[in-house]
Design a binder for this molecule. Structure first.
Ligand code: SF4
Ligand code: SF4
Length: 445
């Protein structure tokens, strides 16, 4: 029987209209805009200068600080500038701009189609290789993977959980890699198990992806026996780390805690593929699968997109900005964010671009709270969104902390359920950021 998490959740239409669009190579662009801040933590430090020649896969910025990640060029050509440019959300970030000349890859990258399972590398060597190749979590947060695979002293991982839920509506990039490159993903999972020193992995896939479940079950029963495929109920936000752990292991991550506090490390399927490519093919993370979708598009797409392609490049590849579209979202409709600049470029963790029409973006007029408690019923973290909204609007930070606003996972389920169209996620997200800042500024006990 399919598993699921204990409380809350919603059932939006999954709108996986791009599920049957096979992955296509995205045409290499003329210019690449490579951000040095594509991960959680400190920005990487450029190691190239204006006028330098670079090859595809070459290190162009080095991790700086404990939580950071290396950045590699996604193209070959000449560095034309290093400058502050807006990212997808409008923040000014240092970018390495490369004028593309041909597509010459580093000779050390194995571009053959051979699938390599064997490795003699130790746990430390695997983690070092993942760090060297700049792999970050591709499930959203872009946390450097080598750090997640190195639990702090006193903590030990018992299980690796692989997130193949892809519960966000419209997104199909994870689904496509599960059906097109399943074995590479499973080898990536084995490598992460070896890195963590665990002998069991659970791989959760939502039941609206029967083909992926079938392919993965067939492979694991034939030769990847330490990885168990777990079908999950179609329910949002099934792919949230805490919800996945609850669904599969019935363990609860404590407030402000991490999965490792309950003996678990969670990694996304895209990350597993990037780990395979880094460790077995010597390929740094400089491209990824990106869904470009929307009901206003005549053809749905899943592209293998190089990091640093700007929105104009993406729109050109789909035949231009669809005439009915009024909004471009990076990510899905629940957790994605509106793209503010067409010159902004894709990053390692970009998973989708969603185009919406005016009708699809209309929010109903905000009314008064009718105390129906639908927001409470839908919250997967057991919070009281109507109350958090009120406290946020009143700026009552102490009460917000007492009511655990910091536990909000920003899934948007409350706002989706609210019949009064109250922008609950907006006000709660704002309050959460302020409360977390206060909590982090306190001296550690
Ligand atoms: S956005 Fe936060 S408060 Fe709203 S349902 Fe999700 S976890 Fe709960
Ligand atoms: S769902 Fe909306 S109207 Fe209902 S209790 Fe929550 S905030 Fe109020």
């Amino acid at each position: 029987m399919s598993k699921t998490f204990s409380i809350g959740g919603i059932h939006p239409n999954d709108s996986k209209i791009s599920a049957n669009a096979a992955i296509e190579d995205f045409p290499v662009m003329d210019m690449a805009y490579i951000s040095v801040s594509q991960h959680l933590g400190a920005p990487a430090e450029p190691v190239v200068a204006k006028g330098d020649k670079v090859k595809t896969g070459q290190l162009v910025a080095k991790a700086s600080g404990f939580i950071s990640a290396n950045i590699h060029s996604s193209v070959s050509g000449t560095v034309s500038s290093i400058e502050l440019l807006p990212d997808i959300f409008g923040n000014m970030v240092k970018h390495i701009v490369v004028k593309v000349e041909g597509d010459e890859w580093l000779e050390t990258i194995d571009r053959s189609p051979d699938i390599i399972r064997e490795t003699k590398l130790s746990s430390k060597e695997i983690i070092d290789k993942i760090a060297e190749c700049g792999v970050v979590g591709l499930g959203g947060a872009a946390f450097p993977t080598h750090i997640k695979l190195s639990p702090p002293p006193g903590k030990k991982a018992e299980y690796l959980l692989v997130n193949g839920a892809e519960c966000e509506p419209y997104l199909t990039s994870d689904y496509r890699i599960m059906v097109e490159t399943p074995e590479q993903i499973l080898i990536g999972v084995e490598l992460m198990m070896r890195a963590l020193g665990v002998d069991k992995a659970y791989f959760g896939i939502e039941e609206n992806k029967p083909e992926a479940i079938k392919v993965m079950k067939k492979l694991t029963s034939a030769s990847y026996g330490s990885i168990k495929i777990v079908p999950l109920k179609k329910r949002y936000p099934q792919g949230g780390e805490k919800q996945l752990i609850d669904a599969i292991l019935k363990r609860q991550v404590p407030s402000m805690g991490l999965p490792i506090d309950v003996g678990v490390v969670v990694q996304n399927v895209g990350t597993a593929l990037a780990v395979y490519e880094a460790v077995q093919k010597n390929k740094p993370l400089f491209e990824g699968i990106v869904t470009v979708t929307g009901k206003c598009m005549t053809e749905q797409r899943n592209f293998k997109l190089r990091v640093g392609a700007n929105m104009n490049n993406v729109m050109f590849a789909i035949g231009g900005f669809p005439k009915d579209a009024v909004k471009l979202i990076s990510g899905g409709p629940m957790m994605g964010k509106a793209v503010s600049r067409m010159e902004a470029a894709s990053v390692k963790s970009t998973s989708a671009f969603l185009l919406l029409t005016e009708d699809e973006t209309k929010r109903g007029e905000e009314g008064n709270c009718i105390r129906c408690a639908k927001c409470v019923d839908s919250c997967p973290m057991g919070l009281e969104p109507y109350l958090l909204n009120r406290l946020s609007r009143a700026g009552r930070l102490d009460d917000l902390e007492a009511n655990m606003v910091h536990d909000c996972i920003e899934c948007g389920s409350c706002m989706y359920s609210c019949p009064a169209n109250i922008p609950l996620l907006d006000t709660i997200r704002l309050a959460k950021a302020q409360v977390i800042k206060i909590i982090r500024s306190r001296p550690k006990k």
